[in-house]
Each structure stands twice: as structure tokens, then as C-alpha cells.
Design a protein around this ligand. Structure first.
Ligand code: APR
Ligand code: ZN
Length: 353
């Protein structure tokens, strides 16, 4: 039995209670979780955005140490440090064979699979002292990267930096606007800085996000307002940005990202919105502005490649993720972390075991 943060239904409060781990299959590993980040997608499990099954163990962004391996496991050994990949690709479906593992059909629709008496968020359920995963759901982590920081590689960082690199393909000197400055948006800012972009304009509705954004590498911070597009054009030679990355997940911010982008520029949608929230474009404006809209899914890369690559950058001192962490909490602090997320207070909260 291990302690986990479990929620009984969409409106229920989060309860820390014991759960039983499933027995290990031949290709499973048991991970002793060291740290797990609180991501907006965890909140989306209980606020009506997703429709998961309950009781549900929350959490999907984690790192830890291998405590036990099934008889057929080859990828890792007991004692190895790993980052959890919540979307392990099957490597044999059409999408995997055509270099788009982030669209793997084995992962499609994965929200809350059953693990014994509970369901687990995105196949992980990381707010738990230990988790059982398929060996393909863990990525070995190099020495020299602290496990708590490494947890962020498992979702926010791969998602935000991947959106900049893989989906938007930001080039040096291009202008980038990042809308929504949570763990994902701040990671996108870090990615834009690493890509040599500039100006990097950070936008949020919470004034306190300015310091976090500037620490991550933003050159400008603008508080969202009704005439935002006009102000952004003023910062970009009258044109609008080359790239706008939407890291909130609603129709209003998608429209704003669109309007702040220059003619021929690119909007990248990173936020995950609700089914009942419709975005509309008229047919003339779609043609007239010649903007393109892309969607980034879990960074639209390959976590097996990208997580070690980012870990190396941390090791070399070229990637500092400490600015992303505003709170270190215990398992019983997840509810408060959600409240901070709702009010836009701080950056990532990290559950440290
Ligand atoms: N305009 C600008 N910023 C906004 C707006 C808005 N209308 N509404 C909310 N925000 C800001 C919040 O103040 C907060 O800083 O968006 C940020 C969202 O941050 P988090 O809640 O911490 O979310 P995060 O974990 O970063 O995820 C962002 O990416 O992966 C998806 O499901 C995830 O849709 C979510 C998004
Ligand atoms: Zn996430």
C-alpha cells in the first residue's frame, strides 16, 4: 500500500489515502516517485475539461527511481533514475512509423486507464509514493540532474520547449508572443530564448507573472487587455509577431493569439480547451491574413529523444528550470496548488516525496 492523492468524483475534494499498487507484469516497472509537478491538465481532470473515470489518482509529471522491474524488462534496472513519459509511443502504428510518435494511436484518447481499484491520470497517477508503469513509460535520466527538477521534463518543459522547437520551428531573430505564463508558457519562453528569438513578449492576466516571465527570458511583459493586438503591433514594427503560442486553452486566448500574429505568421496552440468552447474565424479573414495555425501535442516531438537532450542541457548549465518552481509541497498540498493555479499565483508547484 502507498499513499496517493485521490479524487472520488469531479466535484469531490482531493483526499490523501492508501491505494494498492497492481502486481507487476513482465514488462512493468515500479517507480519510487521523488517529485511530481502540478500541471493544469491535472486540474482539467476535475473541472469538466476532461471526463475521466473515478476514483482517480491525479498527477502525470514526475521523476523517480526504479524500485522493481518485471521479468522481461530491458530498458532500466533497479536503482536507475528516470523521468516519466505519460505518452509512450508504440513504435509500430502508422504515426510512429511516419515520425509522428506524439500522434501514436496507442496513446490516443488516453485519459484515465484503470489500475486495480483506481484509475490513474494519463496512465501515470504521479501523486503517489510509487507508480507501476510499462517500461516504455520511463526515460533514463543522466547523473547530475536533480530528480525534483527532472520531474518538470516529463510534461511542462517537453511541452513548452517542444512547441517552440518542433511545432513553431522558431528561428533566431524571430518575434515570439507567449500567452499564459504557467509551467507550460514559462517553458515556451525558455525555449524561445534558447532558440535565439527576440523580442519575446509574455502576456498574462496576472501582473505578478511579470517577474517569472522576465526570469525565464521574456524581453517584454504585457498585461492582457482588449486592445492587446494594437499594442503588440507597436512592439513589432507595426506587423504583429512572427509566432504566437497560446498556452492557456480557451477560445478567447486563441483569438487573441491569432490577432497578435503578423500576416503570414504562425499561431501555435498548446493549451487544451473545452469541448463546449467554440472558436470562430470568418472565411475572409482566414484567407486575407494568410496566417497558419498549428497545434502542439506534448511538444510534438519524441520524449525518448527530447528528455535526455534537455537533461544534457541542464547538466551543462545551459538550461535552468529553477525559475519554473515556485512552491515545493507535500502530497496533502495538491488542493492548495490547484487554488493557486486558478488564481494564477506563482509558477509550478512541485510535490516532493
Ligand atoms: N489571458 C492570458 N493569460 C491567461 C488567461 C487569459 N485570458 N487566462 C488564464 N491565463 C493565464 C493564467 O494566469 C496562468 O498564468 O494562463 C496561465 C495558465 O497557467 P497554468 O494554469 O499553470 O497552466 P499550465 O500547467 O502552464 O498549462 C497551460 O497547457 O498543457 C496545457 O492543459 C494545459 O491548457 C493547459 C495549458
Ligand atoms: Zn501536464
Amino acid at each position: 500500500m502507498v499513499n496517493a492523492a485521490v479524487v472520488a468524483g469531479p466535484d469531490a475534494t482531493i483526499e490523501v489515502r492508501e491505494i494498492e499498487l497492481p502486481a507487476l507484469g513482465p514488462r512493468d516497472v515500479r517507480v519510487k516517485v521523488a517529485a511530481a509537478g502540478v500541471c493544469h491538465s491535472d486540474l482539467s481532470m476535475i473541472n469538466g475539461t476532461f471526463s475521466p473515470q473515478f476514483p482517480l489518482v491525479l498527477g502525470h509529471e514526475a521523476a523517480g527511481t526504479i524500485a522493481e522491474v518485471g521479468s522481461a524488462v530491458t530498458r532500466v534496472s533497479v536503482g536507475d533514475r528516470v523521468v516519466v513519459n505519460w505518452a509512450p509511443a508504440c513504435r509500430h502504428c502508422w504515426f510512429c512509423l511516419n515520425s509522428q510518435p506524439w500522434l501514436c494511436t496507442a496513446v490516443e484518447g488516453l485519459v484515465s486507464p484503470e489500475r486495480g481499484a483506481v484509475h490513474v491520470t494519463l496512465g501515470v497517477g504521479a501523486f503517489s509514493e510509487e507508480v507501476v508503469l510499462d517500461e516504455n513509460g520511463v526515460v533514463p535520466l543522466a547523473d547530475g540532474v536533480p530528480l525534483d527538477i527532472a520531474a518538470l521534463l516529463g510534461c511542462a518543459v517537453v511541452t513548452g520547449i517542444g512547441a517552440v522547437r518542433n511545432t513553431a520551428s522558431v528561428r533566431p531573430g524571430e518575434s515570439v508572443l507567449v500567452m499564459g505564463l504557467g509551467g507550460v508558457g514559462l517553458s515556451a519562453i525558455i525555449g524561445a530564448r534558447l532558440a535565439g528569438a527576440g523580442p519575446i513578449i509574455a502576456v498574462d492576466i496576472v501582473p505578478d507573472k511579470e517577474k517569472l516571465a522576465r526570469d525565464a527570458g521574456a524581453t517584454h511583459f504585457v498585461l492582457a487587455h482588449d486592445k492587446l493586438a494594437k499594442e503588440i503591433r507597436g512592439l513589432t514594427g507595426g506587423r504583429g509577431v512572427d509566432h504566437a503560442l497560446e498556452c492557456v486553452g480557451n477560445s478567447k486566448t486563441i483569438r487573441t493569439a491569432w490577432q497578435t500574429t503578423r500576416r503570414g505568421g504562425k499561431v501555435t496552440i498548446v493549451g487544451v480547451g473545452r469541448r463546449d468552447d467554440t472558436v470562430s474565424f470568418n472565411a475572409l479573414e482566414l484567407y486575407h491574413f494568410a496566417r497558419s495555425i498549428g497545434v502542439s501535442v506534448y511538444g510534438s516531438g519524441d520524449p525518448d529523444r527530447d528528455i535526455p537532450l534537455l537533461a544534457t542541457q541542464i547538466q551543462l548549465g545551459r538550461l535552468d528550470l529553477e525559475p519554473l518552481v515556485s512552491h515545493r509541497i507535500g502530497l496533502d498540498g495538491v488542493g492548495e496548488a490547484f487554488e493557486r493555479m486558478k488564481s494564477g499565483t506563482g509558477a509550478r508547484s512541485l510535490v516532493v516525496f
